[in-house]
Design a protein around this ligand. Structure first.
Ligand SMILES: NC(=O)c1ccc[n+]([C@@H]2O[C@H](COP(=O)([O-])OP(=O)(O)OC[C@H]3O[C@@H](n4cnc5c(N)ncnc54)[C@H](O)[C@@H]3O)[C@@H](O)[C@H]2O)c1
Length: 246
């Protein structure tokens, strides 16, 4: 049974990814700030990890190696969305988002590259529709997710000769605690809803289904891709007679 590490696996999209991968037969290790260490319980392996701290990521890799767990898939769901106007968000605050969403993604890929090569495994990063388009007050978030997409393509090309695939899933608005916090304002939520042709937010399990496909062998010839799971949000041009759903 292959081992998958899911960062941010204690909540939202990551939690759904962990559940879906388990259903599909993976041994999942959740690496999250918000869990206590437990590698002994096969169905519920977890390691408290801060992906912004290289020592913490190195500890995660060392603990898995000690436990004899070779990692065949890495899914990087740990992330944040700290939105604000450019006049208010200074470079230090901007950098915190980049540190978690982009550098944190890279750090985990870096830590497990030898395992992934050994297992001829795969990486699934988590982008966002914001990685490909502009919207209000999301400079840091958008830049971090655009960076994740570029990183995905780069790692895919670099690691393909060694048999490792790297893809990105770019969700649209998905019902998670992060979204409840970042889109708390009712008028923002209404505007976002109007921008989704399918007319609703995604469920985390809908995103997880695509992540699991890309993580596993059924997508064996797919690499370097960004897969949207966004209800048509990115395809939508912004107007339609009678509103987004006509
Ligand atoms: N929810 C959405 O609408 C949406 C849309 C597009 C992309 N995304 C992306 O999906 C990913 C998951 O988002 P979510 O909505 O499930 O959020 P969430 O807040 O529900 O979950 C994020 C998880 O990351 C963990 N985490 C935070 N900082 C960490 C750190 N330094 N080290 C390790 N773990 C850390 C948290 O403890 C939490 O368990 C993020 O990258 C987010 O940008 C979400």
């Amino acid at each position: 049974m292959s081992v998958a590490v899911v960062t941010g696996g204690a909540s939202g999209i990551g939690s759904a990814v962990a559940a879906t991968l388990r259903e599909q037969g993976w041994q999942v290790v959740v690496a999250d700030l918000d869990v206590d260490d437990d590698l002994g319980t096969v169905d519920d392996r977890r390691v408290r990890t801060d992906v912004t701290d290289p020592a913490s990521v190195a500890r995660l890799a060392a603990l898995l190696a000690e436990a004899g767990l070779r990692v065949g898939a890495v899914v990087t769901c740990a992330g944040t969305a700290d939105n604000g106007p450019v006049r208010e968000v200074g470079p230090e605050r901007f950098a915190l988002t980049l540190d978690l969403n982009l550098v944190g993604t890279y750090a985990v890929c870096h830590a497990f590259v030898d395992d992934l090569v050994h297992e001829r495994g795969s990486v699934v990063t988590i982008g966002s529709v914001s990685g490909s388009r502009g919207s209000q007050h999301r400079a840091a978030y958008s830049a971090s997710k655009g960076g994740v997409e570029a990183l995905t393509r780069q790692l895919a090309v670099e690691l393909a000769p060694e048999g490792v695939r790297v893809n990105c899933v770019a969700p649209g608005s998905t019902l998670t605690p992060l979204v409840a916090k970042a889109q708390g304002d009712e008028s923002v939520r209404a505007a976002i809803l109007a921008s989704i042709p399918l007319g609703r937010y995604a469920e985390p399990a809908e995103v997880a289904e695509v992540v699991a496909f890309l993580a596993g062998p059924r997508s064996s010839f797919v690499t370097g891709q960004v897969w949207g799971v966004d209800g048509g949000q990115l395809a939508y041009g912004g107007w339609r007679s009678g509103g987004p759903r006509g």
